[in-house]
Design a protein around this ligand. Structure first.
Ligand code: COA
Length: 126
């Protein structure tokens, strides 16, 4: 069995995603955290999800153009209608794909919703 971890998503950082300092704009990382958490939630149970909470976001180290950034997700808690997800963001820098740096962590709560965007159970209730 492979022990390799699979990120929910992985993205290469491009010049269009920079801030005024020339590093990657934090809002771009936040939007990818949001996408990764949604992707993870759909692996847990295939529903439509909206983001309820993003908390404990820590920008630990900067991200640069050319970095390959991976968003690893794990389930902290599954409630009735919500899933709390830990997102750990790691970057490999430029041409060096062997060494990773942890750049950001966040906790995200996704809520499963129906077609009227009202909360629904994640799993069937008996
Ligand atoms: C998500 C939304 C449908 C939830 O509606 P609501 O009336 O708050 O629903 P509820 O009170 O039943 O809570 C739903 C779930 O969120 C959880 N929740 C609500 N507030 C919470 C908080 N502050 N911290 C952690 N979980 C929370 C509840 O515990 C519940 O989960 P559970 O059933 O697993 O216990 C509504 O708030 C909404 O539409 N928000 C906007 C979502 C959105 O547009 N996101 C994109 C932003 S750009």
């Amino acid at each position: 069995m492979s022990t390799e971890r699979n990120p929910a998503i992985r993205s290469i950082m491009m010049p269009r995603d920079t801030n005024a300092l020339g590093s990657i704009f934090g809002g771009h990382i936040l939007s990818l955290i949001d996408l990764a958490a949604g992707q993870h939630a759909r692996y847990v149970a295939p529903k439509k999800y909206v983001t309820k909470i993003m908390r404990e976001v820590q920008f630990i180290a900067p991200v640069y153009v050319g970095d390959s950034v991976s968003f690893y997700c794990s389930t902290i808690k599954t409630g009735r209608t919500s899933i709390t997800i830990q997102v750990d963001v790691e970057a490999t820098r430029g041409i060096d794909q062997l060494h990773t740096s942890q750049v950001t962590t966040a906790e995200v709560v996704m809520v499963a919703v129906d077609s009227n965007n009202r909360p629904i159970p994640i799993f069937e209730e008996i």
